[in-house]
Ligand binder design. Structure first.
Ligand SMILES: *[C@@H]1O[C@H](CO)[C@@H](O)[C@H](O)[C@H]1NC(C)=O
Ligand SMILES: *[C@@H]1O[C@H](CO)[C@@H](O)[C@H](O)[C@H]1NC(C)=O
Ligand SMILES: *[C@@H]1O[C@H](CO)[C@@H](O)[C@H](O)[C@H]1NC(C)=O
Ligand SMILES: *[C@@H]1O[C@H](CO)[C@@H](O)[C@H](O)[C@H]1NC(C)=O
Length: 455
């Protein structure tokens, strides 16, 4: 019913009808008549990726990407977590606390992952203890008290958000049935509200998108309505399936979510996507696409991580690489986040994506109009229409400079020291609209177009 694929197919079909319509289906727009305030860097979060020993990654790698959201719980350490006893939990708590301090150093918010502190980090098995097994909640209640008292003892009370459980619907982190999850969720919400009212509660943190035909979602929505355990922030993940073309679009997903909220009579609350991007989407092109969409929707989000073991606690979700001597260097995507976090200053500008959904842009206006975009994972000839030129002081017609930059990908943790400068061209415009031809020749690259006056 809510198939995104259907929408895409329809748009492509329409495009074939005539060459004019086809061109429009591949046009993104920037409207200089509609400024939207200072950049918020809604896509500048990531989970894990922070070394447990403080001060390993030089500060500028965090600050220049405007890092603002972290998320951790000591997953995949040799110590197995609370379900194996208090001693197995302590190193996980210490890891999380260290990551929290790093986040706070950069002013980032922090999401606590209870399932990892507990030990259900993907390495657990059916025979392990889960909250509420045999209707006995005592170990889980003790665990929650332990975590909260340890956080208090360490002054870990500011900017704390708690994910009640990660991806219970995904089959990897919750090895019990749905009804036991629902009971755990309601109980944990009420306990946390009692013993840790300072923390914001995030839920349900499902891997599947909101969907009126997904029983995890419908059971959860009806459970939070009937138990009055609505989270402070609604949270889910946007991970495209391998080889697929949907599952990652916040604009679509949010639309469905608003419908199901209405259906269940639930209030609107902020949304956070605390994992975005599949492994194939961790390339500059897809990062730029996600930035455009999260900025348009004003929704905070965190990059996924696709590594395990010690690498999980390093490399800023593969935004960085490291030499044999332990010196960090930037990978291709880091340069996109840096441009987004450092160079795209001033006012955010209203944008819209191409009708085929692939080409999308994020834009800011200051000394230059900077437009960052990509065709997600496609290549082809696209167009950026910049409307309202006169409202940014250009004029309704004339000639401007357009400088094109490319942000390449050099493989997983492959070093890229900056964007490629493709030079400045002069483009004439009239009717208050500049038309920039955008040739996307590399499916992993992001591009920037900078518009400025000819002096
Ligand atoms: C640009 O934004 C202005 C102000 O919101 C609006 O009036 C105008 O219709 C928009 N132009 C286009 C081409 O969408
Ligand atoms: C917590 O904060 C208090 C008051 O600022 C301080 O005295 C104490 O040393 C802090 N404790 C830790 C573990 O940081
Ligand atoms: C981005 O800003 C930094 C810091 O001002 C500067 O060194 C760098 O050259 C800029 N990059 C681009 C592509 O403009
Ligand atoms: C990008 O293009 C390469 C080479 O044509 C292809 O192997 C790869 O699957 C493409 N990537 C995506 C994400 O579509």
């Amino acid at each position: 019913m809510f198939s995104h694929l259907l929408v895409v197919t329809w748009a492509v079909g329409l495009g074939l009808a005539s060459s004019i319509e086809k061109r429009q289906s591949q046009t993104a727009t920037v409207n200089l008549s509609h400024m939207q305030g200072a950049p918020q860097h809604f896509a500048s979060g990531f989970l894990y990726g922070i070394p447990d020993t403080p001060n390993q990654i030089p500060s500028h790698f965090y600050t220049e990407i405007a890092f603002n959201y972290g998320r951790a719980g000591g997953a995949q350490l040799p110590a197995k977590g609370y379900m194996n006893g208090l001693e197995e939990y302590k190193p996980r708590f210490a890891s999380m606390l260290s990551n929290y301090h790093t986040c706070r150093e950069f002013g980032a918010e922090f999401i606590v992952l209870l399932h990892d502190l507990w030990g259900a980090d993907g390495s657990e098995s059916q025979s392990d203890l889960f909250p509420g097994d045999n209707d006995d909640w005592s170990t889980w209640d003790n665990f929650l008290n332990q975590v909260v008292s340890d956080m208090r003892a360490n002054n870990m009370t500011a900017a704390v958000k708690i994910d009640i459980w990660n991806e219970a619907d995904g089959g990897g982190f919750w090895l019990r049935d749905r009804s036991q999850f629902m009971a755990m969720y309601a109980r944990t919400h009420n306990t946390l509200r009692n013993i840790f009212p300072e923390a914001q509660i995030f839920g349900p943190t499902f891997t599947g998108q909101p969907d009126p035909n997904n029983v995890w979602w419908t059971d959860w929505l009806s459970m939070i309505a009937s138990n009055n355990v609505v989270p402070d922030v609604y949270c889910w993940h946007l991970i495209r399936q391998p080889g697929g073309s949907s599952g990652d679009d916040i604009t679509f997903s949010r639309g469905v979510f608003e419908q199901v909220l209405q259906q269940f009579g639930l209030p609107s609350r902020p949304i956070n996507i605390d994992e975005y991007g599949s492994p194939e989407e961790q390339v500059p092109a897809s990062s730029a696409w996600f930035m455009a969409r999260f900025e348009r929707n004003n929704i905070h989000s965190l990059r996924s991580v696709w590594t395990g073991g010690p690498s999980l606690h390093d490399f800023m979700t593969d935004l960085l690489g490291k030499t044999g001597d332990g010196a960090y260097f930037p990978a291709g995507e880091w340069q996109v986040y840096r441009y987004y976090g450092t160079n795209m200053t001033g006012n955010r500008v209203e944008t819209s994506p191409s009708a085929d959904g692939f080409f999308d842009v994020y834009a800011t206006a200051s000394d230059r109009v900077r437009i960052l975009g990509s065709a997600h994972t496609q290549t082809g000839s696209y167009t950026v229409n910049v409307d309202g030129m006169a409202d940014f002081g250009f004029d309704t017609h004339g000639t401007v400079n357009v400088q094109t930059r490319e942000f390449p990908y050099a493989g997983l943790r492959g070093e890229v020291d900056g964007p490629i400068d493709h030079g400045v061209s002069q483009i004439s415009f009239d009717n208050n609209q500049l038309v920039i031809p955008a040739t996307i020749s590399v499916n992993t690259s992001a591009y920037a177009w900078e518009v400025f006056r000819i002096e």
